[in-house]
Write a protein that binds this ligand. Sequence first.
Ligand code: AMP
Ligand code: ZN
Ligand code: FE
Ligand code: FE
Length: 302
Amino acid sequence: MNPSAATTHLEIAPQGADGRFADLHLHTLFSDGTFTPEELAERGARLGLVAVSLTDHDTIEGCPRMARACASFGVEFIPGTELTSEFDANEVHLLGYFLDPENPKLLAEIKIFQAVRQNRVHEMVGRLNRLNIPLRAETVFQLANCRSPGRPHVGRALVQEGFCESLDEAFDRYLKKNRPAWVPKHRISALESIELIHQAGGLAVMAHPGLNHNDKIIPPLAAQGLDGLECFHTKHTPALSEHYLALAQRLNLLVTGGSDCHGFSKGKPLIGGVKLPAFYLEKLKEARQLRAAQSLPLANSV
Ligand code: AMP
Ligand code: ZN
Ligand code: FE
Ligand code: FE
């Protein structure tokens, strides 16, 4: 679709411009971000955000701490995650919002994700060792200090140990897809992710569709129960955001947005750089309430 033909953002959301904004895509050191939940909550408050969500890769472990920190700063908190998923051989990141952080099925799946991520670090380090780079897995784990380690941790360890000058060099030489130390990641099917998120009381949203360069997968995902589309993202140009806003409207999907802040890992912290108008957050909350009401057993049904 031609992005310039899309309806403008303000036509779709006239209520959006009331100066109240949220950032619903953030990472902490529970995955590959560099901030603690407390630091992130404080920054969100300082930036005047009315709500934030924590969406660490394949984990929800940081959510209880972030919830407490946000409460102390008077910022609304939405517990979330970003699940590595797959649709039609494409890697798709599915954001889950309003999750119950104690949901047993979700916790069990996260355990599997994390075990595989830890094995993947060993595999990546093994590949580096075969390239005569004597990095130790233990160094990566110490640096990562979390249960969801990933390529950025391996990259940072390569820089720390003097094997690369920068994180970019580490990715370019070794860690990018099809580079010699790249190891594919565990992904569950998008349908499984959507169901996992739903049964944990959440809404499922496709992250940064603009990075997938494949809009064809969005209608079938919507047919499989996807609830929303991350229209606003750091890597989306205004025209691309407009494009996804129009697509969300056409497919009757909710609209979300966030900065995908990883702290200082890639330069300047991005938190607050993408501002989701609070109007869309209200729509998200309405949908969540409707879902909860639909899944409650009727009083006279027993
Ligand atoms: P993983 O989940 O282990 O596959 O790592 C994915 C993470 O690596 C994401 O947070 C990406 O933003 C980050 N990443 C991907 N490419 C690069 C790059 N060239 N430089 C720095 N970080 C990157
Ligand atoms: Zn990340
Ligand atoms: Fe992502
Ligand atoms: Fe992310």
